[in-house]
Design a protein around this ligand. Structure first.
Ligand code: AN7
Length: 353
């Protein structure tokens, strides 16, 4: 518990005797069995992996700890990333923990307040770009080529290495690979990492089968589904508002190698899944994360038989990062009463009219 991914899987990661074994307690996240939604979809065994339980509230910490450990090993002076929010929060936290100056580039006005708050309070230098994520990542790539600053986006291969540990955990907990893995796709690093992890575990004989990789983009930001970059990606799920994924090939390989799909879900489908996860399972994830369950609902609607299937949906980030959206999309209103017991009973058990 709290050992961290470098301590837990050193032999399967690029950890050498020169690598500092750091951890902020990332990894070992809950794999929670569905209590209601699985039954409603006729799915025998449905699990949610709660990556929002990582130290900065998203899966990014798994890859960041590896990238930062290697950066320390190499004597890095500073780190930089572009981000739709979660990568910047994670980089800023590990930068603080390891005393490395951290620069984060974010698309102005497009990052959820909680994520921006994290980057700021952890002490990163937060640089707003008048452009989208894809433009910011382009700038970071060029800057880190010209300057002695380490890039910590998922184009840094150590990020993928760290993130693949989530696949290890699933197999370790279930005693084998699931039949299908549903996962949101933005820059496509995470689906690439899971696929790598599942394949490595199979090569080691720790699982027999491989899951079908079911990746979901937001409809207005679905370059892989369309087969070409999207110049102006649009979606309520700001974390996956990405028009030209850096690890595009990795997503294609995961799809084709596993007999899976990369498909799109609409913002309405994302928001419906977001609300259902909260009010039927008690899982408060962010909208981008809900794309995985939205994808499962879509497959169910299209007639996919989910019985006798063991399915895992990845909930990539914590809903608390954007509480305003939760309030505005909950539809529920709060009730105001005078501070007396009769008034309380009238609006609760007494509203029999
Ligand atoms: C909650 O933070 O790209 O397909 O800059 O925050 O590996 O990009 C975040 C992505 C899914 C998509 N869910 O993962 C960033 C960033 C959440 C995310 C994704 C992101 P990738």
């Amino acid at each position: 518990m709290g050992a961290g991914v470098l301590n837990t899987y050193p032999d399967l990661l690029p950890v050498t005797s020169a690598t500092p074994i750091i951890t902020m307690g990332e990894g070992d996240t809950p794999l929670v069995r569905s209590n209601r939604l699985g039954r409603e979809l006729g799915c025998t065994e449905l699990y949610f992996k709660l990556e929002g339980c990582n130290p900065t509230g998203s899966f990014k910490d798994r890859g960041m700890v590896m990238a930062i450990a290697k950066a320390l090993e190499e004597g890095t002076k500073a780190i930089m990333c572009a981000s739709t929010g979660n990568t910047s929060a994670s980089a800023a936290a590990f930068g603080a923990y390891c005393d490395i100056p951290t620069f984060v580039l974010i698309p102005k006005g497009e990052v959820a307040m909680g994520k921006l708050a994290q980057a700021m309070i952890y002490g990163a230098k937060v640089i707003m770009i008048n452009g989208n994520f894809d433009a910011a990542l382009g700038m970071v790539r060029e800057f880190t080529q010209r300057n002695d600053v380490t890039l910590v986006n998922s184009v840094n291969p150590h990020r993928i290495e760290g993130q693949k540990t989530a696949a290890f955990e699933i197999v370790d907990k279930l005693g084998g690979a699931p039949d299908m893995l549903f996962i949101p796709v933005g820059n496509a690093g995470n689906i690439t990492a899971y696929w790598k992890g599942f394949r490595e575990y199979q090569d080691l004989g720790r699982s027999q089968a491989l899951p079908r990789m079911m990746g979901f983009q937001a409809e207005g930001a679905a370059p892989i589904v369309r087969g070409e970059p999207v110049a102006r990606p649009q979606t309520i799920a700001s974390a996956i508002r990405i028009g030209n994924p850096a690890t595009w090939n990795g997503a294609i390989e995961a799809r084709d190698g596993s007999g899976g799909v990369i498909d799109a879900v609409s913002d309405d489908e994302i928001l419906e899944a977001y609300r259902l996860l909260a009010n039927k399972e008690g899982i408060f994830c962010e909208p981008a994360s809900a794309a995985s369950f939205a994808g499962l609902m879509k497959m169910h609607r299209q007639g996919m038989d989910l019985s006798d299937k063991r399915i895992v949906c990845i909930c990539t980030g914590n809903g608390l990062k954007d509480p305003d959206l939760a309030v505005s999309s909950s539809g529920g209103q709060t009730i105001e009463v005078p501070a007396n017991i009769e008034a309380l009973e009238a609006v609760t058990i007494g509203s029999e009219s």
